[in-house]
Design a protein around this ligand. Structure first.
Ligand code: ADP
Ligand code: ADP
Length: 220
């Protein structure tokens, strides 16, 4: 599903963020990506979403080399990927409905279709009936669920999460991971970047480990 072959990333200014990284997330797999702060986790995710481009090597999604994807086609590529952030990047002055509807509005869905899909997404994350709330009225765990609903509302085959439980206590963190499991059970490939080793230890998934830009465990 996502394949890195000998991938390196050097930022302008010379900072080496990734070096000769080999990595393969299989179709339908759920896995963790771990490593200390600065190890290159965010950079790896940014190469998948083409926020950054590799300096060397090959990044392929579904067998397609994304090095050759033109800027014009990047938005089409991103429709296949739901992205979840630690601070969820919600629009605080908008309603929960508007936040979740955003990707569908951008894609040009009809209003009735948007209503149906947003309701479905809210149902999946356990927030049915909260459409008219503003994120500010919700707890941290609920806000994270809104971010997750927005990421899955257009049913992407790939879900990427960057420290999704960073601000949550262990119980809420586990709830969020169980939620990822339900998407994974439905066939979504899921990659979760986290430095929460306690959380990883409680789950049975493959773990990729980055150390100073090199993959030191989990690759195959
Ligand atoms: P992590 O997500 O594991 O904390 P990052 O991928 O954010 O690691 O960072 C990896 C390395 O690349 C770090 O040394 C970081 O300072 C550097 N880095 C990240 N983004 C940039 C950037 N835009 N420009 C220059 N250096 C960067
Ligand atoms: P986080 O820990 O939440 O990933 P960071 O503080 O590491 O956030 O990075 C915030 C942003 O700054 C990211 O987009 C990252 O790529 C970028 N960044 C990180 N390190 C550097 C750096 N040395 N130079 C320029 N940008 C950087």
């Amino acid at each position: 599903m996502i394949q890195f072959e000998q991938v390196s990333k050097v930022y302008p200014g010379g900072q080496k963020a990734l070096m000769d990284v080999n990595f393969h997330l299989r179709k339908g797999e759920m896995a963790f990506l771990t490593g200390h702060s600065g190890a290159g986790k965010s950079t790896l995710l940014k190469l998948i979403t083409v926020i950054e481009r590799a300096s060397a090597g090959r990044v392929a999604i579904n067998g397609h080399d994304i090095a050759s994807v033109s800027a014009k086609h990047v938005p089409y590529l991103r429709r296949n990927i739901g992205m979840i952030f630690q601070n969820h990047h919600l629009l605080m002055e908008k309603t929960v409905f508007d936040n979740i509807a955003l990707p569908l509005v951008i894609e040009g869905f009809s209003h009735s279709e948007i209503k149906k899909r947003v309701a479905g997404a809210l149902d999946m994350v356990g927030l049915y009936g909260k459409e008219r709330h503003q994120p500010i009225m919700l707890s941290g765990g609920e806000q994270q669920r809104v971010g997750i609903a927005r990421a899955i509302v257009n049913k992407p085959p790939i879900l990427l999460a960057d420290e999704p439980t960073g601000n949550l206590d262990p119980k809420l963190s586990m709830d969020i991971l169980r939620l990822f499991e339900t998407f994974n059970d439905a066939g979504t490939s899921v990659l979760i970047a986290t430095h929460d080793l306690g959380l990883i230890a409680r789950m049975k998934y493959r773990t990729f480990t980055l150390k100073q830009g090199r993959m030191i465990g989990g690759e195959q």
